[in-house]
Design a protein around this ligand. Sequence first.
Ligand code: SF4
Length: 279
Amino acid sequence: MCEECLVFTQRSQLSTLSHSRAYGHFTYIYPVISRRSHGLSIGVNLSLDNRCNYNCLYCEVDRSAPVSRGRVDPEALGQELYQMLSDLSPHSPALRDVTFAGNGEPMAVRCLDRCIDLAAETLDTLGFTDVPVVVITNGTFIHRPWGQRALTRLAAAGGEVWIKLDAGDQETMSRINSTLFSLEKLEENIFDASRILPVTLQSMFMKRWGRPPATEAVDSYIACLKRLSQAGAAIEGVQVYTVARQPRLSHVTALDAPSLEAIASRIRTETGLPATSYA
Ligand code: SF4
């Protein structure tokens, strides 16, 4: 699952934020203690209807619950962010980033560029000048005009993009992400994004019915990274991770730490890319 899906289950860890209970009424933002950011991250959910164009096997979003179908209001998002950042106390954990993720695909939202601008401006106004804006995306809207606009604004704001790449062959990708989106197009999108700003890849590995990923699937994944690297894609690093909590599907479980690290080690050795495993 994306980083975003950590958040709704982790509000109980936010005791160091002042007035943390008050954040329940916010529409767009939520605080989270993030594994990969190593600290406090403020998440932004633009998927008010909980919909996503993927349906990953490991997704934790409950799409059976009633949802809002309203349009995203960037100004309201900016106000929520201003309020939350203003409420951080000196005893709060260090703020690591403001991350657009949420219960669906943030780049599906056409005003993402405006939202990024407002987030960056709010951080600057309140003195968080070193805190980046991050967008976590499945990469399927990067070729769209609004995806390009969002990445351009993100680059201008000194932000980061983390792109999901869970497989290196079409069959495995279609099965894991439950999508018809083409792997070839995703690779093209990753490459194109990296021409706007350096990208971080996020790759999920899991057990299904107790079995780890097939060796052939990992081989294909490594080959895919090699293709991207050899084509000159600017890849800052690869995050190799696994499920943190039980997803909706009970046959999907976490891959053990040594197996994750073995994949990260293969990435480093065989592609030359920096890779970190997160058990
Ligand atoms: S891409 Fe969509 S379906 Fe997949 S984990 Fe993220 S929110 Fe869930």
